[in-house]
Ligand binder design. Sequence first.
Ligand SMILES: N[C@@H](CCC(=O)N[C@@H](CS)C(=O)NCC(=O)O)C(=O)O
Length: 202
Amino acid sequence: MADLIVRTSLTSPFGRKPRLAAFVLGLAERVEVQVADFFDETDSLRTQNPLGKIPTLVLADGSTLYDSRVILEYFDHLAGGGRIIPSEPAARFAALKLQALGDGILDAGVLRRLETMFRDEAMWSQRWLSYQSGKMNRALDALEAAPPSDTEILVGEIAVACSLGFIDFRLGDDWRAGRPRLAGWLDRFAARCPGFAETMPR
Ligand SMILES: N[C@@H](CCC(=O)N[C@@H](CS)C(=O)NCC(=O)O)C(=O)O
């Protein structure tokens, strides 16, 4: 029975992280997704998380946890610990750093999307858009130089997969051009990661 509620949209890349982690950790049966609309001021999301952001996790006692990194750490704890966040320091900080890189691609991508959503095209700041694209391209180049693991599924792999999925779904950048190693990594990850298809943005 589901005792963990994830408030998210079905398109949110940050919301996809805990949804994917639940499959990876064998917690999917315990997790129910309740769709949240962060633009709707009557949505209980704003009382569950004063920041009004998704994902937000609601526990059985009504208490909440956010953001995606905290929720992934909580899921790892529920699954016994050390599963998607290693305990050994070198591996732990490598995984957390990779998660920060994946999340950073998302932060920049979301800022690009907001610029084009909230302003008329004539008002778009190309300087701002290319500033954010620069972050994304440098991060993608770093991932091409050192792709994530082909054997493990840790918070870093989860965050990178969600960020690449977001680019495909929302931005349509041709990030695969010139990055065959990263493109191959995502294809193999998609084939081996539980819940990948079920959590595709839609
Ligand atoms: N650092 C947060 C970022 C979450 C985030 O920015 N979510 C977006 C949707 S993908 C959101 O809630 N946007 C609405 C808002 O910022 O008001 C996390 O990892 O959960």
